[in-house]
Structure formats: structure tokens, C-alpha cells
Design a binder for this molecule. Sequence first.
Ligand SMILES: Cc1ncc(COP(=O)(O)O)c(C=O)c1O
Length: 492
Amino acid sequence: MTSPKHPSFAPEKTLDPTDWVAFREQAHRMLDAAVDRMETYREGSIWNPFPPALQANYQGPLPVEGIGAEATQAHLTALLPFGVGNTHPRFFGWVHGSGTPSNLMADITAAAINANLGGRDHGAMYVEKQVMNWCRELFQFPETSSGLIVSGTSIATVIALKAARDRCFNFSNRKTGLQQNALGPLVGYTSEQTHSCVARAFDILGLGSDALRKIAVNERFEMDTLALQATIAKDRAAGLTPFVIVGTAGAVNVGSIDDLETLADISKAENIWFHIDGAFGALGVLSERLSPRLSGIKRADSLAFDFHKWLHVNYDAGFILMRSEEDHRRTFSERPEYLKGAERGLAAGNPWPVEYGPELSRGFRALKVWAQLAEHGTAKLGALITQNCEQAAYLGELVEAHAHLRLMAPVAMNICCFRYQAEGQDDKTTDALNGEIVIQLQIQGIAAPSTTLVNGRNAIRVNITNHRTTRADLALLVQEIERIGLELTALS
Ligand SMILES: Cc1ncc(COP(=O)(O)O)c(C=O)c1O
């Protein structure tokens, strides 16, 4: 269109396809390639190092002229085999969920809608509210609780501990900062088995990681609650202000569950915020086998957990659940004039998620969580959690029956830590041998456990948050560890 003032206006540009038929065909081809990849998850190597030829594709200069849709799609398709391996049935490393093919539909829908869930009144917000209400129901939190979908437990922990910290100052510190606070140094408590994200949250919140006391654990790797009480008393006597106890429902090293009921009792008696890191373990409430040990969750002030771990939602999706909506909102709420709500129209839908966390722009993670729960239901998802625990127990039995394998910790949940022990080998050599066994399993594309230290010694750590794993996969793992162990010992 021309203008009297600008008769030579050029036609406007857009990023939309000029040929929608061609785009549709291209999208179908991409979908086929993605489904082919998913249908063959069990086949081939568990992990394929990224070839130098493909690495080179990601080392070029910033493109001034684009390469176009076809060439871009060729790059996307070429990436498909080079994931971390967590979609394979024998991926046992760290704590990775395995995802589901059907979650792709939610991701396609979310990409097509391209919603921003910082606030406002639109369909996506109702989906997130439904997920929030489901979480409330799942963990038996009151009507007055609140929550937010986030990328994962690390950021959920920061949000929770900020609320715990700010409540100590009746939220005045949000304006005045912590430089001159009337309470003196704040201190918090967790177990020696805690995940590093808790200390990181202390650091991010300006408290310093030294302010986090790591309480010793018992022989089951659960926090020693007597030691906790003694440390709190000592800190109070020294003029410090205890402000949070962080319990763990599923510790990352060995899967232990703290005595959450006792921690809730201590928090109540001491008037200290009770937070639970339930990154993977909290969803054990869906499993008949685990739920009795997780009864203390419903007493927490805040709970951080992930949908991308034991609910197998595609990466990434975590959640922060807060007992007090008011505390939660007062920790983050800030509504400048350009974000003002309204009774009607698009700016309605109060309160907005931006009032419950640090982010304004937020993607539609809620949809894939909703879709996973809606399609599969809690009964099936819970049964899969039980299945993984039974598989870990089965692996523990295989280990105990094996001449060269030693169990390093009780199998409390879904994690089995053990090591290969060659005859007459000292601890240090055995540490190195087990590290090498794990690397060989990964490089040879057989299985992907990770390693950790248990009581100071290197262990092969098998975490099963994988709905594709079978007992046959675990038998194969043991067989291959034996083979590699023998080969490496013969070489040394
Ligand atoms: C017990 C525990 N807490 C926290 C985290 C951090 O979670 P995320 O990676 O989702 O930030 C993990 C990750 O494995 C974990 O196992």
C-alpha cells in the first residue's frame, strides 16, 4: 500500500512462509523424522558423541543472510540422534526423566499458540491454573496455597528460600536489602546428602553458602534429626537466626528420604520455615510403595519438584508449591503501571504469575504437564514409579548375588549404588576402575550410569527414572560391568 507522503513504500516483509503448502509438507517431513527417532529409541548406541563434521555446523559466523527453510530443516533433522541418551531404556545417569512421544503434541500446540504466561487473560492461563490445582490436590496443600511452573527444582528452590528469607523480615528487606538487618546472620539446615542447588540458592540470595549447615546423616543416609536440633540450639545461643530447614525427599546420591514428619515437628516447634527438595522423590506420592514415607510433604511450607524427572514430561518443567499464597505473593509482587491488571479485557485474569516468581515472560510449559497427566492419569504414572523402585531393588539383589559387585548403600527408592571389586585390589585402584567401567559403558554405547562418592568411595550409580527400562536391561548392565571389569583388571 502506498501513502501520499511516501509513494515509494516497499512491500512489508514478514517471517511467515510465502508458500504455506510447502511449509505444511516440510512440517510433516519433520514430524516423520521426529517420530522415526522416537520409535527407535531402544536401537543403537545409547550415546553418540557429536561428530566433528556436525560440530563444524555450529562454529560459523553470525549469518547475515539466512540459509532458508530447507537447509535449516536439514540441520534440525541431523541433530536428532545426538541427545544425551535419556530416551534410551538403559540411561541411568544423574536423574533424567525419559520423556514421552505423546508430549510432542503438547509442544507442537504450545509452539503454535506461542503464548506468554507472565499474565493476562487467555486460554493457556486456565491450563496452568488447572495444573496448580492438581498439584495442590496431589500434595494435600490447602486452598490458600499457591504455585508456579518453572524450569526446574534449582530455580524453584531459589523462589522458596527467598520467601522463607523475606518472611523473616516481614518482607521489608525487599526494599532495604540485607546490608543492615535487625536479625543478624540468617542460617539454614539441610543434610550432608543435599543437592548442590540448595547451597547455590543461599549464594544467589546473598546469604552465602556458609550459612547453610549440612547436618550429618544416619546409616540410611537420612538427616540425623538429633544433630539438627543440637545445631539449631547452638546457633541460637550464638545469636544467629535459624530461618529454614530443607528436608530431602529423594536424595540425589542414594535416593534416601529424610524423616519428613520429624523435620516438620522440629520446624513447627522452632518456628522455622520447612522446605522440601522433592526434585524427583516428591512424585512418589503417586506410588503406593512410596507414599507412606512421604506423608510429611503435606506439612511443608514449600515444596520444589520436577515434572521432567519422574513424570517423564519432556524437558523442562518443574514446580514450586507454597503453603501461603500471601507469603508467596509478597515475596515477588511488583505491578508497575504498564503491567496493571483490569477487571475485563486482556489485562484481566488476576493475579498474574509474574507476582509469584522472578520471570515476566514465561512459556507454556503447563501444557505438556497437563497433557501428560490428562493422557496417562495418576494411576499409571504412579505404577511406573513403583516399577522403577522394584527394578532398583532387583538390581540390588543381582549385585548382592554377584561375586565381584558390592552394594554401597541401601536401595531406598530408585537408586542403586554399587561397585566392582576385583580380588586383592585396594580402594584407590577400585575407585579408578569403577570410574573407567562407567566411561566404557557410555563410550561403548551399552548403558549410561553415572558415578558418585558414597562414604568417600567411588560408586557406579544407577538411577532409574525411566519408563522404558526392563529387568532384562538391568541384567545386561550387570553382565557388561562384569565383562568390562574383567577386561580392565586383566590389563592392569
Ligand atoms: C534431589 C535433587 N534436587 C535438586 C535437583 C536440581 O533439579 P533441576 O535439575 O531440575 O534444577 C536435582 C537434580 O537432579 C535433584 O536430584
